[in-house]
Design a protein around this ligand. Structure first.
Ligand code: FAD
Length: 522
């Protein structure tokens, strides 16, 4: 069963060893674990609903409670510490597109606000129930999870939008195919959510961000059913796919997605290497991205992240062994861990990996072989469980992400980490392009027992770092989306006219303002 007040499945934990506790004490400072909020207490805050009947809906207080939150830091303050929150009046669970049409039609007639809900993993406030004057229904797509068609000749699959990562991969895998989209939230996030937020997966270097995989689909809007047909290419004016991508629930409910799929690769190997410093690490990934080496992943933990991740996640004996080995190789204490992956035929994999090994060696790095890659693959969806453990120890964790041109990347990393002074911050580059890279920063800080004080601390960090991002030439989000938290920074990138165009498009699909209002743009 899924945890209602944290990340992941009940019963799965990510314990930290005593070396990690010491590391946190030294780098982040002492902490006092906050008292957890009980489910019964939270349920007493679920008030009377303002609508009684609506298609496919339930007024069950537990469902209304859990559909009030995503996974942003303020969401955690709500379910862990009882920070004030509002709940939807009902939760609808449509089982097929016809029922979604009924729901949207009823909402249009009765002027009910709808918030589409995929896996509830948003980290930027997409799902927050604002102070709407109208009743609110959360529309949970989890019953719509099937593979409807697979066109093997074209390599195109038609899937229902509520399918989670495992459901997508299982259905395609049985036929020998993969979508290749593996965000760290893979276990719970959904196809519709990925499209609506312009998500990116760990293997984006090979398969691309979701926008490269999404070929078309169907959206139920208050103005009716809208369909985007898939074409290998078109010269027919604006691409309407781009209207659905990143729509964040503002224009309608995505019910079906036509996705580009690939054959499951014969072989997939992840290896590790250490570069002597951040500058040479970034040089390695830039060179490889620009050379077009056919890799599946390039993930560079900069030196602060390398140190932190090794301290928090590595086994004591492995950590000690690595330290001794590095001392023996006389590698400086600032070093950047590179994980690189290739997939395809055994020959293609070996060719691609050997090109990385050559670049690493040329820059004075050392190769660690496949052990770090195996550990990463084993734990890649487990790491977020660390957030539960850290919270219970009294530490808050949040992440920020952006993308910028290579010219700006090193300076931007420094700016972001500096803006987070007072927290312990560290970064990695995980989605690289020939022209630039995403930057992903994690920050950890001690929690207070007062939820409002924690909210204020977080707002200060988030505000300073977001400002540093836009002033340093970065985009406010590379893959988490806009939601509520990034909305104030959007104008800097889009301009006033750009925002006006976005509002205009939204209004054409939803003239009644009933689709997730207040998110993305006013
Ligand atoms: C631990 C963790 C790790 C993460 N790692 C990654 C990562 O590696 N890469 C990445 O890109 N993101 C990541 N995220 C962020 C999050 O998982 C993504 O934004 C994801 O795409 C959200 O999908 P979801 O199904 O959970 O959508 P939700 O959170 O339920 O909804 C997000 C938004 O999409 C809208 N929406 C959802 N479904 C539909 C639909 N069918 N039709 C219309 N609108 C819809 C909602 O209204 C909302 O505005 C992570 C989050 C967490 C908590």
């Amino acid at each position: 069963m899924r945890r209602w007040n944290g990340w992941g499945e009940e019963g799965i934990t990510y314990p930290v060893h005593e070396l990690a506790v010491r590391f946190l004490l030294e780098r982040v400072g002492p902490s006092t674990p906050p008292a957890p909020m009980g489910l019964e207490d939270l349920l007493t805050r679920v008030g009377e609903g303002r609508v009684e009947t609506f298609p496919c809906s339930t007024s069950d207080p537990f469902q209304r409670l859990v559909h009030s939150f995503g996974q942003s830091f303020p969401d955690w303050l709500k379910f862990r510490m009882g920070l004030e929150f509002r709940t939807p009046d009902l939760v609808a669970f449509p089982g097929e597109e016809g029922e979604v049409l009924e729901i949207v039609d009823a909402a249009r007639r009765e002027r009910v606000v709808l918030i589409p809900y995929g896996g509830g993993t948003s980290v930027v406030g997409h799902l927050e129930v604002l102070d709407y004057e109208r009743p609110v229904v959360s529309v949970d797509l989890s019953r719509m999870k099937g593979l409807l068609e697979l066109d093997e000749r074209s390599g195109v699959a038609l899937l229902e939008a509520g399918a989670t990562g495992p459901q997508v991969e299982m259905a395609l895998g049985e036929r020998g195919y993969t979508l290749g989209h593996f965000p760290q939230s893979f276990q719970f996030s959904t196809l519709g959510g990925w499209v609506a937020t312009r998500s990116s997966g760990q293997f984006s270097l090979k398969y691309g961000k979701i926008e490269r995989l999404f070929l078309g689909g169907r959206l139920v809007s208050p103005e009716g059913l809208y369909q985007v047909h898939p074409h290998p290419g078109a010269a027919t004016g604006l691409d309407m796919k781009d209207v659905i991508l990143g729509s964040e629930g503002r224009m309608g409910i995505i019910t079906r997605c036509l996705m580009k799929v690939s054959r499951v690769p014969e072989k997939e190997v992840v290896e590790g290497a250490l570069l002597p410093d951040d500058a040479r690490g970034m040089e390695a990934v830039r060179l490889l991205a620009q050379a077009g080496v056919p890799l599946t992943m390039l993930r560079l933990s900069l030196s602060r992240e390398t140190e932190c991740v090794l301290a928090l996640t590595a086994h004591k004996w492995w950590f000690g062994l690595l330290e001794r080995y590095l001392e023996w190789r006389k590698l400086p204490s600032t070093r950047a861990l590179l994980l690189f992956a290739a997939s395809g035929s055994a020959r293609d994999v070996e060719l691609a990996l050997s090109r990385v090994r050559r670049v690493v060696k040329g820059l004075g790095g050392i190769l660690l072989g496949s052990l770090p890659g195996k550990r990463w693959k084993r734990d890649r969806f487990l790491l977020p469980y660390l957030r539960n453990t850290l919270w219970e120890m009294g530490y808050g964790v949040d992440t920020l992400e952006t993308a910028a041109l290579w010219e700006m990347v090193p300076e931007l990393v420094t700016r972001i980490e500096k803006a987070l002074e007072g927290a312990y911050a560290f970064s990695h580059l995980s989605h690289v392009y020939p022209t630039g890279s995403s930057i992903y920063t994690t920050f950890i800080f001690p929690l207070s027992r007062d939820p409002l004080e924690n909210l204020e601390r977080w707002r200060t960090f988030k505000g300073r770092a977001s400002q540093a991002i836009v002033e340093g030439g970065g985009v406010i989000s590379h893959h988490h989306g806009v939601g509520l938290d990034h909305k104030p920074y959007l104008e800097r990138e889009k301009g006033k006219l750009g925002l006006k165009v976005m509002r205009g498009v939204i209004k054409e699909f939803d003239p009644y303002g009933i689709m997730n209002p207040g998110k993305l743009v006013e």
